[in-house]
Design a protein around this ligand. Sequence first.
Ligand code: SF4
Length: 398
Amino acid sequence: MFRKGLALKKEVAGALAADYHSALIDRIKAADYRWHMGRLSVHLAREFGFCYGVDRAVDYAYQTRRRFPKRPIYLTGEIIHNPQVNGRLRAAGIRFLSDPEEDMNRLGPEAVVILPAFGVTIATLTQLQRQGCTIVDTTCGSVLNVWKNVLQYARDGYTAIIHGKLRHEETQATASQVLKYSSGRSLVVLDRAEAGIVCDFIRHGGDEALFSARFAEAMSPGFVPHRDLQRVGLANQTTMLMTESLAIGEMLRQAVVDRYGDTGLDTHYRAFDTICSATQDRQDAIMALLDDPGVDLMLVIGGYNSSNTRNLVRLTSRRVPTFHIADATGLMSSRELRHRPVDVRQPDPGAVVAETRTVDWLPGDRVVTIGLTAGASTPDAIVGQVVERLETFAGETV
Ligand code: SF4
Protein backbone atom coordinates (compact mmCIF):
# COMPACT_ATOMS: atom_id res chain seq x y z
CA MET A 1 0.00 0.00 0.00
CA PHE A 2 1.44 3.38 -1.02
CA ARG A 3 0.05 6.27 1.00
CA LYS A 4 2.71 8.93 0.59
CA GLY A 5 3.52 8.82 -3.09
CA LEU A 6 6.03 6.65 -4.88
CA ALA A 7 9.19 8.78 -4.54
CA LEU A 8 8.98 9.97 -8.16
CA LYS A 9 7.68 13.49 -7.61
CA LYS A 10 10.55 15.19 -9.43
CA GLU A 11 10.39 12.75 -12.32
CA VAL A 12 6.72 13.51 -13.11
CA ALA A 13 6.82 17.26 -12.39
CA GLY A 14 7.53 18.13 -16.03
CA ALA A 15 4.66 16.05 -17.38
CA LEU A 16 2.24 17.50 -14.83
CA ALA A 17 3.27 21.06 -15.69
CA ALA A 18 2.92 20.37 -19.41
CA ASP A 19 -0.57 18.93 -18.96
CA TYR A 20 -2.06 21.29 -16.37
CA HIS A 21 -0.05 24.48 -16.00
CA SER A 22 -0.91 27.79 -17.71
CA ALA A 23 1.59 30.62 -18.23
CA LEU A 24 -1.32 32.95 -18.99
CA ILE A 25 -2.90 32.26 -15.61
CA ASP A 26 0.46 33.00 -13.96
CA ARG A 27 0.49 36.37 -15.74
CA ILE A 28 -3.06 37.15 -14.64
CA LYS A 29 -2.19 36.34 -11.03
CA ALA A 30 0.85 38.61 -11.28
CA ALA A 31 -1.44 41.36 -12.61
CA ASP A 32 -3.47 41.27 -9.38
CA TYR A 33 -5.98 38.76 -10.80
CA ARG A 34 -7.35 41.29 -13.32
CA TRP A 35 -7.02 40.97 -17.09
CA HIS A 36 -8.16 43.47 -19.69
CA MET A 37 -8.81 42.55 -23.32
CA GLY A 38 -10.55 45.10 -25.53
CA ARG A 39 -14.05 45.60 -24.21
CA LEU A 40 -13.80 42.61 -21.87
CA SER A 41 -12.22 42.45 -18.44
CA VAL A 42 -11.74 39.29 -16.45
CA HIS A 43 -11.69 39.32 -12.65
CA LEU A 44 -10.26 36.06 -11.46
CA ALA A 45 -11.10 34.73 -7.98
CA ARG A 46 -8.08 34.73 -5.70
CA GLU A 47 -8.57 31.05 -4.86
CA PHE A 48 -9.72 28.74 -7.62
CA GLY A 49 -8.92 25.48 -9.36
CA PHE A 50 -6.90 22.49 -8.19
CA CYS A 51 -6.99 22.07 -4.41
CA TYR A 52 -4.17 20.41 -2.47
CA GLY A 53 -6.02 17.08 -2.37
CA VAL A 54 -6.60 16.96 -6.12
CA ASP A 55 -3.08 18.14 -6.85
CA ARG A 56 -1.70 15.29 -4.79
CA ALA A 57 -4.06 12.66 -6.24
CA VAL A 58 -3.15 13.52 -9.83
CA ASP A 59 0.54 13.66 -8.91
CA TYR A 60 0.35 10.16 -7.37
CA ALA A 61 -1.46 8.82 -10.44
CA TYR A 62 1.35 10.05 -12.70
CA GLN A 63 3.93 8.60 -10.31
CA THR A 64 2.09 5.28 -10.35
CA ARG A 65 2.21 5.11 -14.13
CA ARG A 66 5.92 5.88 -14.06
CA ARG A 67 6.68 3.36 -11.31
CA PHE A 68 4.73 0.48 -12.86
CA PRO A 69 5.06 0.89 -16.64
CA LYS A 70 4.23 -2.77 -17.39
CA ARG A 71 1.57 -3.57 -14.83
CA PRO A 72 -2.17 -2.99 -15.32
CA ILE A 73 -3.23 0.13 -13.42
CA TYR A 74 -6.78 0.87 -12.40
CA LEU A 75 -8.73 3.65 -10.79
CA THR A 76 -11.79 2.65 -8.78
CA GLY A 77 -13.67 5.41 -10.60
CA GLU A 78 -12.98 8.99 -11.62
CA ILE A 79 -9.88 10.20 -9.77
CA ILE A 80 -11.53 13.61 -9.53
CA HIS A 81 -14.62 14.98 -11.22
CA ASN A 82 -12.96 16.48 -14.25
CA PRO A 83 -13.35 14.88 -17.69
CA GLN A 84 -10.09 16.25 -19.12
CA VAL A 85 -7.98 14.96 -16.24
CA ASN A 86 -9.68 11.55 -16.37
CA GLY A 87 -9.21 11.54 -20.15
CA ARG A 88 -5.46 12.08 -19.80
CA LEU A 89 -5.19 9.20 -17.37
CA ARG A 90 -7.10 6.95 -19.77
CA ALA A 91 -4.74 8.03 -22.53
CA ALA A 92 -1.84 6.94 -20.31
CA GLY A 93 -3.38 3.47 -20.19
CA ILE A 94 -4.99 3.70 -16.76
CA ARG A 95 -8.28 1.80 -16.66
CA PHE A 96 -11.44 2.68 -14.74
CA LEU A 97 -13.18 -0.01 -12.69
CA SER A 98 -16.40 1.98 -13.04
CA ASP A 99 -16.47 1.17 -16.77
CA PRO A 100 -18.99 -1.55 -17.64
CA GLU A 101 -16.39 -3.85 -19.18
CA GLU A 102 -14.22 -3.88 -16.05
CA ASP A 103 -14.78 -6.16 -13.07
CA MET A 104 -13.08 -5.65 -9.72
CA ASN A 105 -13.63 -9.32 -8.85
CA ARG A 106 -11.18 -10.35 -11.56
CA LEU A 107 -8.23 -8.31 -10.26
CA GLY A 108 -5.27 -10.17 -8.85
CA PRO A 109 -1.86 -9.38 -7.34
CA GLU A 110 -0.52 -8.01 -10.64
CA ALA A 111 -3.05 -5.15 -10.54
CA VAL A 112 -2.20 -1.72 -9.19
CA VAL A 113 -5.28 0.17 -7.99
CA ILE A 114 -5.35 3.92 -7.32
CA LEU A 115 -7.89 5.09 -4.76
CA PRO A 116 -9.28 8.58 -5.51
CA ALA A 117 -8.97 11.76 -3.44
CA PHE A 118 -12.47 11.26 -1.99
CA GLY A 119 -11.66 7.74 -0.79
CA VAL A 120 -13.47 4.41 -1.17
CA THR A 121 -15.79 2.42 1.05
CA ILE A 122 -14.40 -0.05 3.57
CA ALA A 123 -15.94 -2.88 1.53
CA THR A 124 -14.03 -1.88 -1.60
CA LEU A 125 -10.73 -1.45 0.23
CA THR A 126 -11.12 -4.79 2.00
CA GLN A 127 -11.86 -6.59 -1.25
CA LEU A 128 -8.85 -5.08 -3.04
CA GLN A 129 -6.58 -6.05 -0.15
CA ARG A 130 -8.02 -9.57 -0.05
CA GLN A 131 -7.29 -9.99 -3.76
CA GLY A 132 -3.67 -8.96 -3.17
CA CYS A 133 -3.71 -5.81 -5.34
CA THR A 134 -1.05 -3.14 -4.91
CA ILE A 135 -2.90 -0.07 -3.66
CA VAL A 136 -1.98 3.58 -4.15
CA ASP A 137 -4.11 5.53 -1.72
CA THR A 138 -4.65 9.21 -2.62
CA THR A 139 -7.44 9.81 -0.10
CA CYS A 140 -7.20 13.47 0.89
CA GLY A 141 -6.16 14.34 4.44
CA SER A 142 -9.29 16.45 4.85
CA VAL A 143 -11.45 13.44 4.03
CA LEU A 144 -9.44 11.32 6.46
CA ASN A 145 -10.14 13.94 9.12
CA VAL A 146 -13.88 13.50 8.59
CA TRP A 147 -13.49 9.74 8.86
CA LYS A 148 -11.60 10.11 12.11
CA ASN A 149 -14.42 12.13 13.64
CA VAL A 150 -17.17 9.88 12.30
CA LEU A 151 -15.33 6.90 13.78
CA GLN A 152 -15.24 8.61 17.15
CA TYR A 153 -18.99 9.15 16.93
CA ALA A 154 -19.50 5.47 16.22
CA ARG A 155 -17.17 4.46 19.05
CA ASP A 156 -18.97 6.74 21.52
CA GLY A 157 -22.49 5.74 20.47
CA TYR A 158 -23.45 8.77 18.36
CA THR A 159 -25.12 8.44 14.97
CA ALA A 160 -23.26 10.36 12.26
CA ILE A 161 -25.67 12.68 10.46
CA ILE A 162 -23.77 13.33 7.23
CA HIS A 163 -24.64 16.43 5.22
CA GLY A 164 -23.83 15.21 1.75
CA LYS A 165 -24.98 13.69 -1.50
CA LEU A 166 -26.06 10.12 -1.03
CA ARG A 167 -24.51 8.80 -4.22
CA HIS A 168 -21.31 10.81 -4.04
CA GLU A 169 -18.27 8.54 -3.61
CA GLU A 170 -16.97 10.54 -0.66
CA THR A 171 -20.26 10.40 1.24
CA GLN A 172 -20.56 6.66 0.64
CA ALA A 173 -16.99 6.16 1.86
CA THR A 174 -17.61 8.30 4.93
CA ALA A 175 -20.86 6.53 5.78
CA SER A 176 -19.10 3.17 5.52
CA GLN A 177 -16.61 4.15 8.24
CA VAL A 178 -19.16 3.70 11.02
CA LEU A 179 -19.46 0.03 10.08
CA LYS A 180 -16.11 -0.59 11.76
CA TYR A 181 -18.19 -0.67 14.96
CA SER A 182 -21.09 -3.09 15.18
CA SER A 183 -23.21 -0.39 16.82
CA GLY A 184 -22.08 2.35 14.39
CA ARG A 185 -24.87 4.21 12.57
CA SER A 186 -25.10 6.91 9.93
CA LEU A 187 -27.81 8.87 8.14
CA VAL A 188 -27.21 11.08 5.09
CA VAL A 189 -29.19 14.32 4.67
CA LEU A 190 -28.95 16.31 1.47
CA ASP A 191 -30.26 19.67 2.57
CA ARG A 192 -32.20 21.68 5.13
CA ALA A 193 -35.50 20.13 4.06
CA GLU A 194 -34.27 16.62 4.86
CA ALA A 195 -32.56 17.82 8.02
CA GLY A 196 -35.90 19.33 9.05
CA ILE A 197 -37.57 15.91 8.89
CA VAL A 198 -34.80 14.44 11.04
CA CYS A 199 -35.15 17.31 13.53
CA ASP A 200 -38.91 16.75 13.79
CA PHE A 201 -38.24 13.13 14.63
CA ILE A 202 -35.65 14.07 17.25
CA ARG A 203 -38.13 16.48 18.87
CA HIS A 204 -41.34 14.51 18.76
CA GLY A 205 -40.60 10.99 17.61
CA GLY A 206 -42.94 9.77 14.92
CA ASP A 207 -43.85 6.92 12.66
CA GLU A 208 -40.73 4.77 12.30
CA ALA A 209 -41.98 2.99 9.20
CA LEU A 210 -42.66 6.28 7.43
CA PHE A 211 -39.31 7.69 8.46
CA SER A 212 -37.48 4.55 7.39
CA ALA A 213 -39.23 4.54 4.02
CA ARG A 214 -38.30 8.19 3.47
CA PHE A 215 -34.62 7.61 4.28
CA ALA A 216 -34.35 3.98 3.18
CA GLU A 217 -31.21 4.47 1.10
CA ALA A 218 -29.71 7.09 3.40
CA MET A 219 -29.63 5.00 6.59
CA SER A 220 -26.89 2.56 7.56
CA PRO A 221 -27.90 -1.11 8.00
CA GLY A 222 -29.89 -1.85 11.15
CA PHE A 223 -30.90 1.78 11.68
CA VAL A 224 -33.74 2.17 14.21
CA PRO A 225 -34.93 5.80 14.20
CA HIS A 226 -36.21 5.92 17.82
CA ARG A 227 -32.98 4.46 19.13
CA ASP A 228 -30.45 5.92 16.72
CA LEU A 229 -31.61 9.54 16.74
CA GLN A 230 -31.15 9.95 20.49
CA ARG A 231 -27.48 10.84 20.19
CA VAL A 232 -26.32 12.46 16.97
CA GLY A 233 -23.15 14.01 15.59
CA LEU A 234 -22.85 16.19 12.51
CA ALA A 235 -20.42 15.47 9.68
CA ASN A 236 -20.15 16.71 6.11
CA GLN A 237 -19.10 15.78 2.67
CA THR A 238 -16.12 18.13 2.49
CA THR A 239 -17.33 20.01 -0.57
CA MET A 240 -20.79 21.07 0.60
CA LEU A 241 -21.81 24.69 1.05
CA MET A 242 -20.39 25.84 4.36
CA THR A 243 -23.39 28.08 5.09
CA GLU A 244 -25.80 25.19 4.60
CA SER A 245 -23.75 22.79 6.73
CA LEU A 246 -23.65 25.34 9.54
CA ALA A 247 -27.40 25.87 9.25
CA ILE A 248 -28.05 22.12 9.44
CA GLY A 249 -25.76 21.87 12.47
CA GLU A 250 -27.74 24.62 14.18
CA MET A 251 -31.05 22.91 13.30
CA LEU A 252 -29.87 19.65 14.86
CA ARG A 253 -28.48 21.40 17.92
CA GLN A 254 -31.78 23.22 18.48
CA ALA A 255 -33.81 20.03 18.03
CA VAL A 256 -31.66 18.31 20.65
CA VAL A 257 -32.08 21.25 23.06
CA ASP A 258 -35.86 21.18 22.51
CA ARG A 259 -35.94 17.48 23.28
CA TYR A 260 -33.38 17.15 26.08
CA GLY A 261 -32.87 20.70 27.33
CA ASP A 262 -29.61 22.65 27.50
CA THR A 263 -28.23 20.23 30.03
CA GLY A 264 -28.70 17.33 27.65
CA LEU A 265 -26.81 18.97 24.80
CA ASP A 266 -23.39 17.52 25.62
CA THR A 267 -24.62 13.97 25.88
CA HIS A 268 -26.93 14.06 22.84
CA TYR A 269 -25.15 16.22 20.25
CA ARG A 270 -21.67 16.61 18.77
CA ALA A 271 -20.32 18.61 15.85
CA PHE A 272 -17.02 19.51 14.26
CA ASP A 273 -16.04 21.48 11.22
CA THR A 274 -15.46 19.16 8.27
CA ILE A 275 -15.65 21.50 5.32
CA CYS A 276 -12.10 21.42 3.98
CA SER A 277 -10.16 24.67 3.93
CA ALA A 278 -9.71 24.52 0.14
CA THR A 279 -13.48 24.38 -0.40
CA GLN A 280 -14.03 27.15 2.08
CA ASP A 281 -11.31 29.34 0.53
CA ARG A 282 -12.89 28.99 -2.92
CA GLN A 283 -16.35 29.86 -1.60
CA ASP A 284 -14.98 32.86 0.30
CA ALA A 285 -12.99 34.04 -2.72
CA ILE A 286 -16.01 34.31 -5.01
CA MET A 287 -18.01 36.15 -2.38
CA ALA A 288 -15.11 38.65 -2.12
CA LEU A 289 -15.00 38.86 -5.91
CA LEU A 290 -18.69 39.71 -6.09
CA ASP A 291 -18.38 42.28 -3.31
CA ASP A 292 -16.21 44.15 -5.76
CA PRO A 293 -18.71 46.20 -7.77
CA GLY A 294 -18.86 45.88 -11.51
CA VAL A 295 -18.91 42.15 -12.21
CA ASP A 296 -21.61 41.69 -14.86
CA LEU A 297 -21.66 37.91 -15.00
CA MET A 298 -19.80 34.86 -13.67
CA LEU A 299 -18.28 31.96 -15.52
CA VAL A 300 -17.67 28.96 -13.27
CA ILE A 301 -15.50 26.27 -14.85
CA GLY A 302 -15.61 22.65 -13.76
CA GLY A 303 -16.89 19.15 -14.41
CA TYR A 304 -20.68 19.02 -14.50
CA ASN A 305 -20.63 16.32 -11.79
CA SER A 306 -18.24 18.21 -9.52
CA SER A 307 -19.93 18.91 -6.20
CA ASN A 308 -17.71 21.81 -5.16
CA THR A 309 -18.12 23.45 -8.58
CA ARG A 310 -21.89 23.16 -8.31
CA ASN A 311 -21.79 24.87 -4.95
CA LEU A 312 -19.75 27.75 -6.37
CA VAL A 313 -22.44 28.09 -9.03
CA ARG A 314 -25.19 28.10 -6.42
CA LEU A 315 -23.44 30.86 -4.49
CA THR A 316 -22.72 33.18 -7.41
CA SER A 317 -26.07 32.69 -9.15
CA ARG A 318 -27.76 34.38 -6.20
CA ARG A 319 -25.86 37.57 -7.04
CA VAL A 320 -25.21 37.76 -10.81
CA PRO A 321 -26.06 35.78 -13.96
CA THR A 322 -23.89 32.65 -13.73
CA PHE A 323 -22.90 30.07 -16.32
CA HIS A 324 -21.33 26.72 -15.42
CA ILE A 325 -19.15 25.61 -18.31
CA ALA A 326 -17.05 22.45 -18.49
CA ASP A 327 -14.23 24.08 -20.48
CA ALA A 328 -13.52 26.58 -23.27
CA THR A 329 -15.64 24.64 -25.79
CA GLY A 330 -18.70 25.84 -23.88
CA LEU A 331 -17.95 29.34 -25.19
CA MET A 332 -19.35 28.60 -28.63
CA SER A 333 -19.36 32.25 -29.71
CA SER A 334 -19.88 35.69 -28.27
CA ARG A 335 -23.59 35.06 -28.86
CA GLU A 336 -24.03 31.45 -27.79
CA LEU A 337 -22.88 29.51 -24.76
CA ARG A 338 -23.26 25.84 -23.83
CA HIS A 339 -23.48 25.18 -20.12
CA ARG A 340 -25.06 23.20 -17.31
CA PRO A 341 -28.31 24.76 -16.08
CA VAL A 342 -28.01 26.17 -12.56
CA ASP A 343 -30.88 24.37 -10.87
CA VAL A 344 -30.94 20.92 -12.42
CA ARG A 345 -30.19 18.09 -10.00
CA GLN A 346 -28.06 15.16 -10.95
CA PRO A 347 -29.34 11.77 -9.76
CA ASP A 348 -25.85 10.38 -9.16
CA PRO A 349 -22.25 11.35 -9.92
CA GLY A 350 -22.01 9.04 -12.92
CA ALA A 351 -25.17 10.28 -14.63
CA VAL A 352 -24.87 12.36 -17.78
CA VAL A 353 -26.09 15.88 -17.18
CA ALA A 354 -28.06 17.60 -19.93
CA GLU A 355 -26.51 20.81 -21.17
CA THR A 356 -28.42 23.80 -22.30
CA ARG A 357 -27.60 26.68 -24.64
CA THR A 358 -28.05 30.33 -23.85
CA VAL A 359 -28.17 32.91 -26.60
CA ASP A 360 -27.00 36.49 -25.97
CA TRP A 361 -25.15 35.47 -22.82
CA LEU A 362 -22.58 38.26 -23.29
CA PRO A 363 -24.03 41.76 -23.08
CA GLY A 364 -23.70 43.61 -26.41
CA ASP A 365 -21.64 46.55 -27.51
CA ARG A 366 -20.27 47.76 -24.18
CA VAL A 367 -17.56 47.11 -21.66
CA VAL A 368 -18.23 43.87 -19.77
CA THR A 369 -16.55 42.53 -16.64
CA ILE A 370 -16.59 38.75 -16.30
CA GLY A 371 -15.96 37.10 -12.94
CA LEU A 372 -14.09 33.85 -13.34
CA THR A 373 -13.53 30.92 -11.04
CA ALA A 374 -13.01 27.17 -11.28
CA GLY A 375 -13.84 24.18 -9.09
CA ALA A 376 -11.22 22.26 -7.15
CA SER A 377 -10.84 19.65 -9.88
CA THR A 378 -10.14 22.10 -12.71
CA PRO A 379 -6.51 22.65 -13.73
CA ASP A 380 -5.10 26.07 -14.60
CA ALA A 381 -4.61 24.96 -18.20
CA ILE A 382 -8.38 24.83 -18.72
CA VAL A 383 -8.91 28.19 -17.03
CA GLY A 384 -6.24 29.64 -19.30
CA GLN A 385 -7.98 28.23 -22.38
CA VAL A 386 -11.21 29.91 -21.30
CA VAL A 387 -9.46 33.28 -21.03
CA GLU A 388 -7.86 32.78 -24.45
CA ARG A 389 -11.27 32.01 -25.91
CA LEU A 390 -12.77 35.10 -24.29
CA GLU A 391 -9.99 37.14 -25.82
CA THR A 392 -11.25 36.22 -29.28
CA PHE A 393 -14.58 37.89 -28.41
CA ALA A 394 -13.01 40.99 -26.91
CA GLY A 395 -12.84 43.05 -30.06
CA GLU A 396 -16.17 41.92 -31.46
CA THR A 397 -19.34 43.89 -31.34
CA VAL A 398 -22.39 41.72 -31.06
S1 SF4 B 1 -11.92 19.47 -2.06
FE1 SF4 B 1 -10.92 19.42 -0.03
S2 SF4 B 1 -11.31 17.35 0.74
FE2 SF4 B 1 -11.69 17.31 -1.46
S3 SF4 B 1 -9.73 16.69 -2.33
FE3 SF4 B 1 -9.75 18.92 -2.34
S4 SF4 B 1 -8.71 19.51 -0.42
FE4 SF4 B 1 -9.30 17.36 -0.23
